[in-house]
Design a protein around this ligand. Structure first.
Ligand code: ATP
Ligand code: MG
Length: 566
């Protein structure tokens, strides 16, 4: 990890997993080594829940001076794809973590896994079974009733070896046989009732091509892969707790080089979104969103495109901590971590989203003046930049009101306001079209107020952001909001897509940003003063024009407000 992150690591909270590891180290377990792994299945893009697992696994390796492997759990060619592998690699790197030289793949172990399976058969600990999947379900029993033994359970070892080899050689069609571990059909733990460890799947694999037509199951692959890599602590989410006896059984029965310890922790869930890859896939495939990297999705690629920073995500994962208890975290907390980071680090600029033209009547026609603006009011070290004032400027439409109440401190006929870093202006006249729509304001400026203060000490209540026609460029803006209106989109409706927020994306054309942004780096967030944080969109921006995404509003507009009233 980069040097600057190390200090942040020092502030990392303690958690029960770190306590276990500290104790292991004190007891001299694993020869003082700590090896973890992050094992994604390349069947979709990573989401913020994975970020928790990434921060935990890489964070622990870093803190205990060990290592963390990135390992693709690629045992199901039906669902996996190289494009997912590529996106996962780029996301983990972007989050700021380093897995060293080598990327690991479960598929690299297919030969060894096959040998381990043969070994189990030879010991009488695995058998080839020809029950159909339906029969298998019937034989499995229930939580309250024991299972029934398969008629194939006592098939002679030599026959098992022969059929298993022929399965490998492609002699049988999908579904005709499986290889099962021979454990205990009466076990109270259903995972131990002779689980399937190999199945026939006549399908090419993204990495091993046509070499295999049998593929190992997840439970069989995972523990053995951990052991082959010398993993010491295999951290996984709670749903694997009931698989732990199987994890341990397999490692005890095969001649494994070591026996990693599986430790479970609670998944992270966020409100106002869905997280599982299957549901994200549904949103992508049915075009509710613009691909896996849509800025409204909780995918790493999406929030990155939205303008999130790796620092904010790491900080969020640190704050929420690690526990054994499932909980749903308020997405507002994630947004606040982002605001904290951007408030500190995002340069300030001015932009007008819904422009209202203002002509400064007493300004010379061609006169152009450069004014100095601070890039960050609390951080002088971030420097200043020049902004241009000219005869035509633009302010926000809702910063003007014709019949303004007394408490409206922005612009109104006859009233005076300050233009940030510019001058005081007073509204003289309102020009309208024949339908009464406001087209333009005619204002006067006070030359003595340059920079924003009146020498006579006169005060104005309002300060507006603005851009000038000469000093700005037209851009489009995507105003993103939460993708779902319901806190738990899955609980409050049978079909979670019914809870999609119809205003999760509002596209604005004809917005204007100051010229200094014409070469803005994609995904780098700026604070548009008074409006929020925005960054240019890496996909939609083109030579024809920049497109900005709203990363997050300045304040949490959802807090304490009903879901429709924002
Ligand atoms: P999903 O259920 O969202 O599709 P998954 O668990 O199938 O995710 P994997 O690719 O198998 O996705 O996950 C890789 C690692 O990330 C696993 O160790 C898994 O436990 C962890 N992980 C996945 N989702 C979360 C989450 N919401 N919170 C914490 N860790 C998670
Ligand atoms: Mg999974």
């Amino acid at each position: 990890m980069e040097e600057e992150n190390i200090k942040e690591d020092a502030n990392r909270k303690n958690n029960f997993i770190k306590n276990i590891i500290t104790e292991d180290l004190e007891n001299g377990k694993n020869n003082g080594k700590v090896v973890t792994r992050f094992p994604p299945e390349p069947n979709g893009f990573l989401h913020i829940g994975h970020a928790k697992s990434i921060c935990l696994n890489f964070g622990i390796a870093h803190e205990f001076k060990g290592k963390c492997n990135l390992r693709f759990d690629d045992t199901n060619p039906a669902k996996e794809d190289q494009k997912y592998i590529d996106s996962i690699i780029s996301d983990v790197k972007w989050l700021g973590f380093d897995w060293g030289e080598k990327i690991y793949y479960a598929s690299d172990y297919f030969d060894k896994l096959y040998e381990f399976a043969v070994e189990l058969i030879k010991q009488g600990k695995a058998y080839v079974c020809s029950l159909t999947s339906e029969q298998m379900r019937e034989y499995r029993g229930t939580l309250t009733e024991p299972g029934k033994e398969s008629p194939d359970r006592n098939r002679p070892i030599s026959e098992n070896l022969d059929i298993f080899e022929r399965m490998k050689n492609g002699e049988f069609e999908d579904g005709t046989y499986v290889l099962r571990a021979k454990i205990d059909m009466a076990s109270p733990n259903i995972n131990m009732r002779d689980p399937v460890i190999y199945r026939i799947k006549k399908m090419a694999h993204p990495r091993t091509a046509d070499k295999w037509c049998i593929y190992p199951m997840y439970d069989f692959t995972h523990g053995i892969s951990d052991a082959l890599e010398g993993v010491t602590h295999s951290l996984c989410t709670l749903e694997f707790q009931d698989h732990r006896p199987l994890y341990d059984w397999l490692l005890d029965e095969v001649n494994s080089p070591c026996h990693p310890q599986q430790i479970e922790f609670a998944r992270m869930n966020l409100n106002y979104t869905v997280m599982s890859k299957r549901k994200l896939q549904k949103l992508v495939e049915n075009k509710y969103v613009d691909g896996w990297d849509d800025p409204r999705l909780p995918t790493i690629a999406g929030i990155r495109r939205r303008g999130y920073t790796p620092e904010a995500i790491r900080n969020f994962c640190n704050i929420i901590g690690v526990s054994k208890k499932e909980s749903r975290i308020d997405v507002g907390l994630l947004e606040n971590c982002l605001r904290d980071d951007l408030n500190d680090n995002a340069p300030r600029v001015m932009a007008v989203l819904r422009p209202l033209k203002v002509t400064i009547e007493n300004w010379l026609h061609d006169q152009i003046e450069e004014l100095e603006a601070q890039n960050h009011p609390q951080k002088p070290e971030m420097g200043t930049r020049k902004i241009i004032f000219s005869k035509t400027i633009y302010i926000e439409q809702d910063d003007f009101m014709e019949d303004a109440p007394k408490k409206f401190f922005r612009l109104a006929p006859g009233r005076e306001v300050r233009l940030r870093y510019g001058y005081f202006i007073t509204c003289k006249e309102v020009l309208k079209d024949k339908d009464g729509n406001i087209l333009e304001l005619i204002c006067n400026y006070d030359p003595a107020t340059r920079g924003g203060d009146a020498p006579d000490g006169r005060k104005v209540k309002g300060t507006l952001h603005w851009v000038s026609s000469e000093g700005s460029i037209p851009v489009s803006v995507n105003l993103y909001d939460r993708l779902f209106m319901a806190e738990d989109p899955e609980a409050e409706n049978d079909d979670f897509t019914k809870n999609i927020n119809p205003e999760s994306l509002v596209k604005l054309e004809g917005c204007r940003v100051e010229k200094s942004l014409k070469d803005a780096e994609p995904e780098k967030a700026y604070q548009f003063e008074r409006l929020g944080y925005f960054c240019t969109d890496s996909k939609e921006s083109s030579k024809e024009g920049l497109v900005f995404n709203r990363t997050v509003t300045l304040k949490d507009t959802w807090a304490k407000v009903s879901q429709t009233n924002k």
